[in-house]
Design a protein around this ligand. Structure first.
Ligand code: ZN
Length: 254
């Protein structure tokens, strides 16, 4: 379930069942503390958000083109910040359309078209952010990569935008990069953290190569792991020192 605060209309995170994609309303901590408006008004206030989400879902399922700029403008007019649109609507929709595809209820073309469309939204959001500073040694907070063999770029691109919106400096390379190149980049840039996205359990071996490869570094980076395999809670053979992060939105405080 996708939980939004009915009062301030911000995405709060997901709750079980994780594969049910209905948008439901809750109350965030700060609104609860302020007791801003009464319950009835809150339920009314969330209705446009629910309707907006339902329409987006229908467009995705119908393979319709969703113009990125217009989408961002409409979200803004509803008080939805780009970051909440990303994590609270586009991300769950990507998973849902993927599920519908695996059940044979939409075609691969529909799934691909929606993914392409989401990428245009990511581009439009990226344009609104300050251009990243040139990557300098020691000045990169996060080196973000797909594991070699992983071609699912949207998730790691979303994480990149999410971190940049929070003022973190990132260096993103997608799709999949051989571990030796990840290590070479890490040696050059000395990032504080390496974020590796893995789609499948078999990609865990790449994480091991990266963790092992950084053991001789003077300033050893933290290694975090995300991606479909982590989010779905699959059993993964991750090396000691690699931190799986299933919920990026909840991981870094707003
Ligand atoms: Zn709230």
């Amino acid at each position: 379930m996708i939980v939004w605060c009915a009062y301030c209309q911000t995405f709060q995170g997901e709750k079980a069942p994780i594969d049910a994609y209905a948008l439901t309303h809750g109350v965030c901590a700060s609104c609860e503390a302020r007791a801003a408006i009464d319950d009835e008004a809150a339920v009314r206030a969330i209705q446009p958000i629910v309707a907006f989400y339902a329409r987006l879902r229908a467009q995705a399922e119908a393979s319709a083109a969703i113009p990125a700029r217009a989408l961002l403008d409409e979200a803004k007019s509803l008080g939805i910040a780009p970051i909440d649109l990303l994590w609270g609507m586009l991300q769950p929709l990507l998973y849902e359309i993927g599920d519908l595809w695996s059940q044979g209820r939409v075609t691969i073309a529909t799934e691909h078209r929606f993914s392409m469309n989401v990428e245009t939204v990511l581009d439009a959001i990226a344009e609104t952010l300050p251009a990243p500073a040139p990557a300098r040694r020691g000045a990169v907070d996060f080196l973000l990569v797909n594991a070699e063999g992983d071609h699912h770029v949207i998730g790691v691109r979303m994480v990149d935008l999410f971190l940049r919106m929070r003022g973190r400096s990132t260096f993103l390379v997608v799709p999949g990069l051989p571990s030796r190149e990840v290590l070479a980049l890490a040696g050059e840039l000395e990032p504080k953290t390496i974020g590796v996205s893995i789609a499948l359990p078999e990609h865990a071996v790449r994480v091991r190569e990266i963790v092992d490869g950084t053991s001789g570094f003077l300033r050893r980076p933290r290694v975090i792991v995300g991606g479909w395999a982590v989010k779905m809670g699959l059993s993964l053979d991750l090396p000691r020192g690699a931190e799986p992060i299933a919920d990026v939105h909840g991981w870094l405080p707003r």
